[in-house]
Design a protein around this ligand. Structure first.
Ligand SMILES: *Cc1c(COP(=O)(O)O)cnc(C)c1O
Length: 405
């Protein structure tokens, strides 16, 4: 007699995006002649850059030639890519990360969901509120989160760290020490980023208490300010207490290509002295057969001089949208956060309105779709997420409509 995993049955439904799509569909059916613009999606819209495309084509051709054909990729990634990552992302920034501490994968969603497997079932987790849902849900699946209180939208065994305008979106240290701390910076959904001194304080906190930080830096390429760290390994002591997760998705437009990597330094050891590097290598070896050669060649193309220029212009395309939104809506009297080091703008909804009221107002009166902040956690109430991933034309038109309200 088989039984389903009871932890999966505890997961609350994906209320947020299904409610949004129902509301948008209903609006479109009732108003077939209106054009609806979405500033709601967390997905890129611009085509892959020329160097990446060339690398993809070349790699496909290699696969068709018996002399250059490749079978299984190495579990942990091809050396040519790991070296390019180590040199460009770490050595060039003064971070001591070696090639063999980089684990190439098919993306940051899988890595951020799977990384909890190498920790004991009794470990407690802390997350920011609002939060990228993968961190919590993957721990629910692992049975680590206790019981769910639907009214509070909180799991009994999860430590929530509110991030709001009051604390500048930087989480305060919790009363109870967590074993595993998830930090995403630049942040999805708030679009804000931690400064060096704040991240150093968190690294010091984790190092003193022997906690581990899982640092999701999927939006690293969007950083524009000097005092925002690109990697947690810029901080003293991070090799002993932090894992970093990166992705080519938002940085280089690879959401449909699939490529990412996770860094587990060899100095990261649990309270018994067990090095996590070996555990993550074992996990990759058992459950993952390597990211495809073709994708890894495309990833390496991102690190050529030409590739770096091209992805910088991709990022600046989206960041121009962020500026358009921020400047336009500031003129219209709204208060907004983020959008400087990340492609998300976190708008404070006008007094007395809830996130969902504002969603309805935007959809019905401006025909704009955004994401209610409350959908990312209780501390997101009173906020609304707009993304810079649209086209320039749509973004300008969306801002015009909101200003005209
Ligand atoms: C988009 C996103 C990811 C997922 O990246 P993939 O590499 O496409 O799986 C990870 N973390 C955050 C915070 C994201 O917004």
């Amino acid at each position: 007699m088989f039984k389903a995993n009871p932890n999966y049955l505890k997961l609350p439904g994906s209320y947020l995006f299904s409610t949004i799509s129902k509301k948008v569909t209903a609006f479109k059916e009732a108003n077939p002649n209106e054009s609806v613009i979405s500033l709601g999606i967390g997905d890129v819209t611009q085509p892959l850059s020329p160097s990446v495309l060339k690398a993809l084509h070349d790699a496909v051709d290699e696969m068709g030639d018996s002399k250059t054909f490749k079978g299984y990729a190495p579990d942990l990634g091809y050396d040519f890519l790991r070296k390019a990552i180590a040199d460009t992302e770490y050595k060039a920034r003064g971070c001591k990360i070696a090639e063999d501490e980089i684990f190439v994968s098919d993306g940051a969603k899988s890595d951020s969901g799977n990384i909890q497997e190498i920790f004991d079932a009794t470990c407690t987790i802390a997350v920011c509120d609002p939060v990228y849902p993968v961190y919590v849900d993957s721990n629910v699946m692992a049975g680590r989160t206790g019981t769910y209180d639907a009214a509070l939208e909180r799991w009994s065994d999860v430590i929530y760290m509110p991030c709001t305008a009051e604390n500048d979106f930087v989480p305060a240290f919790p009363e109870k020490t967590p074993d595993i701390i998830y930090i995403c910076s630049p942040n999805n959904p708030t679009g804000t980023a931690m400064k060096k001194k704040d991240l150093q304080a968190w690294v010091d906190y984790a190092a003193e208490r022997h906690s581990v930080i899982i640092y999701d830096a999927a939006y690293e390429a969007y950083i524009s300010e000097e005092d925002v760290p690109h990697s947690i390994y810029e901080m003293d002591g991070a090799r002993e207490c932090a894992i970093e997760i990166r992705s080519f998705s938002k940085n280089a437009g690879f959401t449909g290509v699939r490529l990412g990597y996770t860094v587990v330094p060899k100095d990261l050891k649990d309270s018994d002295g067990v090095a996590l590097h070996g555990l993550w290598a074992r996990r990759h070896g058992t459950k993952f057969n390597g990211a495809p050669y073709i994708q890894q060649r495309a990833g390496a193309a991102v690190y050529t001089a030409e590739g770096q220029k091209e992805i910088a212009s991709l990022v600046s395309y989206y960041m121009e949208n962020a500026r358009t939104i921020k400047e336009g809506l500031t003129e219209a009297g709204y208060t907004m956060y983020g959008g400087v080091n990340a492609p998300y703008i976190w708008l404070a909804v006008p007094d007395g309105m809830k996130s969902w009221d504002f969603f309805d107002h935007m959809l019905n009166d401006a025909h704009i779709v955004g994401t209610p902040g409350s959908g990312f956690g209780p501390s997101g109430e009173g906020y609304f997420r707009l993304t810079a991933f649209g086209t320039h034309e749509n973004t300008i038109e969306a801002v015009r409509r909101i200003k005209a309200l």
